[in-house]
Structure formats: C-alpha cells, structure tokens
Write a protein that binds this ligand. Structure first.
Ligand code: PMT
Length: 412
C-alpha cells in the first residue's frame, strides 16, 4: 500500500487588507502536511506579491487564465480537478458577489465554478459591507449551494471600525478546512481506481461476447469515492452513462485492454475496486472477416482472459483491493472463496440472475472481509455505493494503522 498522499488545497487570495495574513495561512496548512497551490486575483497583488506566496508555498503562483505557459503545465480544468478543496481567504465582498452570480471572468472565479471539490470562503471586509443586505443575500446563496462560510470574526478592523468582518486567524482556518476534509471526506488524499461495465471480446469484425452489465454499480462506486474526497480513475467498458463529476474516465472494450488500462492507472493508487463484469474467457483467435455460416454447428475456441483482480492483488506494493462477486447461488460461500483465493482485502457479493443486480437501478450487497461481514439491504445503487465506500474507508484505515503498528514493532 502506498502512503496517503498530501491533501491538496487550492488557496484563492482576493484583494483585501487581510491578504497580508494569507502567507501565514499557507505556512499553517503546510505544517499540517497539506500541499498548497496559491491563485491570486489582480486585486490581491496590490497587497502581497506573488513572490511571497511562491516562497511559502514552494509552488509558482497562478493568477491568469491567459498565461499560456502555466496553462500548458497544468490547465485550469486540471487545476480545478487537482484540488481536494478550494479555500478563498480572504474573500472580499466583490468576490463573494461574483461567486454568487456564477461568473467565471478570472482564473480564481473560473476554478470555483469548474471544481467538483468543496469550496470554502473566509470573508474579510469592513463591518458595514458585511452587514449590507446584498452581501448577506450573496452569502446565503452560497451557503445554499453548499459552499462553507468560515467566519467572519468580530473585532477591531484595519479601517478603524469595530464589528463583524475580520478574517478568521490562519491557524483556525487551517484547522477547520483540514479537519472537515478528513471527517466528511474519509478518502481525501487517496487515489482510487474503479472498474465498471461489461467487456466485449471480439469474435470477428461485427460480433463479440459480452454480458448484461450496464455499468450503473461501478459508476455509482466511482461517484461515491469522489464524494468521499478521492481522486478517482474509472476504467470503463462500453456503457451509455455520463461520467460522474470530477472523475477521470478511461474507456476500454476488452478484458485485455481493461487489464492494461488498470495497471497503467494503478501508479500511486491506494484502493482498487473491481466492479466491472469482465470476461473470464476470450476467443483464442479473432477472425479477420465476418464468419460465414458454412455448417449447422460451429465451435468457438475460448482461452482464459487475464484475471485483473488477481493480478492487482498479486502486486508486491498492492493497493487495498476490493473485488465484487456475482453469484447465482451459494453467494456467501462462493464469495468467501474468492476473497481468500485471490487474497483480497474485501469482497462485495451480490446475487445476480433474472432481473437482479445486472442493469437494475437497485441492488443489495453482502460485504465480506477477513473476520467480518455486513449485509447492505436493497436500495439505489448510489446509496449502496456510499455505504460500501464508507466501509472500505474504515477498514482501510484500520489496515493502514495495523501495518504502521507492524512497522513500529519491527523497527524496535
Ligand atoms: O453494471 P451493473 O448493471 O450495475 O451491474 C452490476 C454488477 C452486477 C455487474 C456488479 O455489481 C458486479 O457484481 N460486478 C462483478 C461482476 C463479476 O464479474 O463478478 P465475478 O464473480 O465473475 O468476478 C469476481 C471479481 O473478479 C470481480 O471483481 C471482477 O471484476 C473480477 N474479474 C473477473 C474476471 C476477470 N477476467 N478479471 C477480473 O478482475
């Protein structure tokens, strides 16, 4: 298992006097192990130089949508995906208004619109501006959209007045952002590879062997893992589903292609979840031309397709490996054999058959792991996937702790 990667914070700095505290905020976030990418608005540059932020963050500051060099290194959409959370501190009244309107006329506003990650703002302004009904209405709009509003605090202001509108102190902001990330987003900082859908094994240019998987279960798992804060790569067989927001999707057709795509995506992965219905056998050879019907019967020679799940579990530095088991009978017994034979960390078993699991909107799962089991009753696949991902995060945390304990014991 790889080490958990750092939390990635995209810190937006807008043009208010409280921007002088933002370099300290970068320092506090980094002290707690986060990686910080600073994005400044033009107004922010009037208060603090980009060089200051570059020095404390260790990364070049981004401030323009139109910087071809920076865009070539990490485009704004990539940057929006990179972040586990976007924190705007300080957030001026002007920026809050812009965010409430959903405008995207500079890099920071664009990133706030383009990200699928949570956005937090730390307002900072004169107390009268904060109390203004327009500001209050904008803040309420943002709260209604799920944006977290941190503060503001109350006290003496730079303009000589006293009241609400002070940006919270850097240490307090760093703690609330990072603590909420690790609590409500138990997979923040993790990279998860999920497979979904069927595979197609070519017989000739127009025929293939496949199955009834719609991809709904695997796509729901990918969405739930993303909601839990993970960076998610979804390796998908041919399905007609939209890609969940914030998820990177790689399309494949055959089991071999899926095998290669999974192994390419596994670098740095913490968790692998195999929800795809992958062919166990593939034709020994693929006819170049459409096969003609010369006789009453025909025999198709099949050979074993690569077992992707087993190959992932056999890696020397393997991620936490979760398989699915699709069974028409003896569900628990068959699934436990797969768990043990393939040395998986967990298996999610479902009964399949006529009108069950495959291509349905609902499903139920029996989760099995070494020394444990849990039944997840029938419900929508997304709800089910959220419960599955929650259990995976808990088990993995336990395993990670156990492994860390082992390392400590061995070193002593
Ligand atoms: O896609 P839906 O319509 O939403 O349906 C969901 C589902 C029923 C397909 C899903 O819930 C499910 O059960 N997926 C696994 C299907 C399957 O192939 O099960 P299995 O028992 O045959 O395989 C066991 C495990 O080995 C699976 O994790 C599978 O991905 C993996 N495997 C199988 C064959 C192979 N060549 N390589 C593999 O990695």
């Amino acid at each position: 298992m790889t080490d958990k990667r750092c939390m990635r914070i995209l810190l937006g700095v807008t043009g208010g006097i409280a921007a002088y505290k933002s370099p300290d905020l970068v320092r506090r976030l980094r002290e707690r192990g986060a990686e910080v990418q600073v994005v400044m608005t033009e107004g922010a540059r009037q208060f603090v130089t980009p060089l200051t932020f570059q020095a404390v963050s260790g990364r070049e500051v981004r401030d323009s949508l139109w910087d071809a060099g920076a865009e070539a290194a990490m485009g704004h959409i990539e940057l929006a995906r990179w972040a586990d959370v976007v924190l705007v501190a300080p957030a001026t009244a002007e920026f809050i208004a812009k965010l409430a309107q959903g405008r995207a006329d500079d890099l920071l506003a664009t990133l706030c619109v383009a990200t699928a990650s949570p956005v937090s703002i730390a307002p900072a302004m004169n107390q009268q501006m904060w109390a203004n009904p327009a500001t209050q209405s904008n803040v309420a709009t943002l709260r209604g959209r799920g944006i977290t509003v941190l503060g503001p605090g109350s006290g003496d202001q730079a303009c000589g007045e006293t009241g609400e509108g002070r940006m919270l102190e850097p240490a307090e902001l760093a703690a609330s952002v990072l603590d909420s990330l690790s609590g409500s987003r138990p997979l923040a900082g993790c990279r998860v590879v999920v497979t979904a859908g069927p595979t197609r094994e070519r017989i000739d240019p127009v025929r293939f062997i496949s199955n009834r998987s719609s991809g709904k279960m695997g796509y729901a798992v990918a969405q739930a893992a993303r909601e839990a804060g993970a960076e998610v790569v979804l390796v998908s067989g041919p399905v007609s589903l939209p890609t969940p927001a914030g998820v990177t999707r790689i399309d494949v057709e055959s089991a071999r292609q899926m095998h290669d795509a999974v192994h390419a995506a596994l670098a740095g992965a913490d968790i692998y979840i195999g929800a795809a219905a992958i062919a166990d056998y593939e034709p020994a050879s693929v006819a170049e031309d459409k096969i003609k019907k010369y006789s009453d019967t025909m025999t198709l020679e099949l050979i074993r397709a690569p077992d992707i799940l087993a190959s992932v579990a056999a890696l020397p530095a393997r991620p936490f490996v979760v398989g699915f088991a699709a069974e028409t009978r003896d569900v628990e017994q068959n699934a436990r054999s797969k768990l043990e034979n393939k040395r998986l960390d967990m298996i999610a078993a479902n009964r399949v058959g006529d009108g069950i699991a495959f291509d349905q909107d609902e499903n139920s799962l029996l989760l099995l792991w070494s020394g444990g089991r849990e039944e997840l009753a029938t419900c929508g696949k997304l709800e089910l996937a959220r419960k599955l991902v929650g259990r995976i995060a808990e088990l993995r945390a336990g395993t990670t702790r156990a492994k860390a304990d082992n390392v400590v014991r061995v070193r002593r």
